[in-house]
Write a new protein. Structure first.
Length: 483
C-alpha cells in the first residue's frame, strides 16, 4: 500500500511487495492488510474416505464417548475388511477430533485455583524406576515421598521403599525440618494406605491423624478418583522426574556408589530448583508458623521374644538374630528401610526391612554353629534357601550332592558355610568360583586350600593416639582473652 501511494501503479507496487498483481489489487480494493483478511480453509481437497461408514462409527461414539480413535478405527477395519488400511489412521483421528469438537459430549472443565501463601502443602508418592537409577550396577527400585507447597511450588523429596506410614513420617518430617515452618494443611490423595484405612469410608488412619496433630497441620484429602484436585503435586512429580533426568544426562551416568551418594545428588537437584522460587517462598515463610515441636523419630519400636529357632517376629515377618539371644525379649526399631535390634539398650544387629507380610530373612551366621553340630536338620530346614547366600554357594552344594550324595553334601557344605561365617564370605565365594572355573568338586579340603583361615592374614599395627591437651591451654592464653 505504501508503494502504491508513491507510484499509483499496481504492478510496480505488487512487484516490490513480492505479490501477484491480482492479489495486490484485492488488498487495495478491500483497504485491508493480509493479516486482516483471514481465510479459513473450509473446503475439502479430496473425498472423505470414511463418509460411507461414518454413521456407524458415530453411533458407536454416541453410545461410548470414551472410545479412542485407534480402537474405533480398528473396529471399522474389522467391519469392512480391505476398505481401509493403517495409513488412514491419522486421517480418521483428525475427523474424530473435529466431530468431538462440533458434536461430541461436553468435556470436563478444570478451574484454576488461587492459592494462599502458607496454607497448603501437597504430599504424594511417585515411583522412580523409569529413570533407571542403579547402585553399584544393581537396579535401585524406589519411590520418592514428594512434598510441594502449592503457592510457591517449593518442593522436597525423600527416598523410600514403599507407601508406608513410616515413609510418610520421614518425608513430611524432613520437609518441615528443611522449611523450619509449618503450613496449615497437608493434602494427600485417597488411595494411600499410609494415610487412609482400607474400607468403604476410607477414613484417615489414627496414626496419620496423630502425625498431623503433632505438627499442628490439618489433614485434607482430594475426592475419590480425582487426581486433578491435587494437580500441583501431580504436575510437580513429572517436572521433578524430568529435571532429575536432565541432571543425570549432564552427570553422564545413572550409577551411584551408594544410596547416600544418590541422596546427595537428589538433594542438590532439589536445592537448585528451589533457588528459582525464592520470592514466593519468602511470602510463604512469613505466613507460616515456626517449627517449634521436635521431629518425630523415624521408627516404630516393637518388642519380640526370640524363639528356639533363633528367630523373632517383627512387623509380621520373621528375622533371625544371634542365637545367644534365644528366649530373651528384644526391642526392635522398625525404620522404613531397615530394622535395628537392641537388647537392654545395647545394639545387636541391623538388617534390611522386608516389605510385605509373611516373609523371612534368616542370616546363616546366626544358626550355622548349631547346623554344623546337627547336619541332619539341614535337609528339611524350613529356611534352607536362606543358607545359600550367593549363586556360588548354591552351585557348591549341587556339585557336592552330585558327587557324593545328599548326606555327605550336607556335612561338607555346612563346613564350607561355617568357614565363610568365621572368615569372610567374599573370600570363600571367590574360592568357589575358582574351583568352578577349574572344574574341581568344591570339597571342604579344596576350599581350605583356596581360602585359608584368617590366621594367615597380616593385621596392620596401629600406633596409639596421643592427645596433647596443652594446645587448648595455649589457645586460652592468647591475646584478647580475659581471665
Amino acid at each position: 500500500m505504501q508503494e502504491y501511494q508513491k507510484t499509483g501503479e499496481v504492478g510496480r507496487a505488487a512487484l516490490r511487495s513480492d505479490l501477484d498483481p491480482k492479489t495486490a489489487r484485492k488488498y487495495l480494493e478491500a483497504g485491508k492488510a493480509p493479516s486482516q483478511m483471514p481465510i479459513e480453509h473450509i473446503w475439502k481437497t479430496r473425498p472423505d474416505p470414511f463418509a460411507k461408514h461414518w454413521a456407524a462409527a458415530e453411533a458407536m461414539l454416541r453410545e461410548a464417548p470414551e472410545l479412542e480413535g485407534r480402537a474405533l478405527f480398528e473396529w471399522l477395519c474389522e467391519q469392512h475388511p480391505g476398505v481401509y488400511d493403517e495409513g488412514q489412521l491419522r486421517t480418521f483421528q483428525r475427523k474424530l477430533r473435529r466431530w468431538r469438537a462440533l458434536s461430541g459430549p461436553p468435556k470436563e472443565v478444570f478451574f484454576p485455583q488461587e492459592h494462599t501463601p502458607g496454607e497448603r502443602m501437597e504430599t504424594d508418592f511417585t515411583w522412580m524406576n523409569e529413570l533407571g537409577i542403579t547402585i553399584r550396577g544393581e537396579p535401585f527400585l524406589h519411590l520418592l515421598c514428594h512434598c510441594v507447597l502449592a503457592y510457591s511450588n517449593w518442593e522436597w523429596a525423600t527416598v523410600c521403599c514403599s507407601e508406608s506410614l513410616l515413609a510418610l513420617k520421614k518425608g513430611i518430617g524432613t520437609t518441615l525440618f528443611r522449611l523450619g515452618r509449618i503450613p496449615r494443611e497437608n493434602w494427600t490423595d485417597h488411595s494411600s494406605a499410609a494415610t487412609h484405612a482400607i474400607g468403604d469410608g476410607r477414613e484417615f488412619n489414627p496414626a496419620y491423624l496423630d502425625l498431623m496433630a503433632h505438627y499442628g497441620m490439618k489433614p485434607r484429602t482430594i475426592g475419590l478418583d480425582s487426581p486433578h484436585e491435587n494437580g500441583d503435586i501431580e504436575s510437580a512429580n513429572g517436572a521433578l522426574k524430568r529435571r532429575i533426568k536432565q541432571y543425570l544426562l549432564l552427570r553422564g551416568s545413572r550409577d551411584f556408589g551408594s544410596v547416600e551418594e544418590y541422596v546427595a545428588f537428589l538433594n542438590e537437584v532439589l536445592e537448585k530448583a528451589n533457588r528459582l522460587r525464592c520470592r514466593r517462598v519468602g511470602e510463604e515463610l512469613e505466613a507460616m508458623r515456626e517449627l517449634e515441636v521436635a521431629l518425630l523419630p523415624e521408627f516404630e519400636e516393637e518388642e519380640a521374644r526370640v524363639s528356639s529357632w533363633s528367630t523373632a517376629q517383627i512387623s509380621r515377618n520373621t528375622y533371625s538374630v544371634p542365637s545367644r539371644l534365644k528366649g530373651e525379649m528384644i526391642a526392635a526399631r522398625v525404620y522404613e528401610d531397615r530394622i535395628e535390634v537392641y537388647f537392654h539398650g545395647v545394639h545387636q544387629l541391623t538388617t534390611s526391612r522386608l516389605i510385605g507380610e509373611g516373609k523371612h530373612a534368616v542370616n546363616y551366621r546366626h544358626v550355622i554353629p548349631s547346623l554344623v553340630r546337627k547336619p541332619g536338620a539341614f535337609r528339611h530346614y524350613r529356611y534352607r534357601d536362606d543358607m545359600f547366600p550367593t549363586e556360588a554357594f548354591r552351585w557348591a552344594y549341587d556339585e557336592l550332592a552330585a558327587a557324593g550324595g545328599e548326606r555327605r553334601a550336607d556335612l561338607e557344605y555346612l563346613r564350607i558355610l561355617n568357614h565363610a561365617a568365621q572368615t569372610m564370605e567374599t573370600r570363600v565365594e571367590k574360592a568357589l568360583r575358582e574351583l568352578k572355573q577349574r572344574g574341581i568338586v568344591p570339597r571342604w579340603s579344596a576350599v581350605l586350600e583356596f581360602a585359608p583361615g584368617e590366621g594367615q592374614s597380616d593385621v596392620p599395627e596401629l600406633k596409639p593416639l596421643k592427645v596433647d591437651l596443652g594446645e587448648y591451654d595455649r589457645l586460652l592464653q592468647g591475646p584478647g582473652v580475659s581471665e
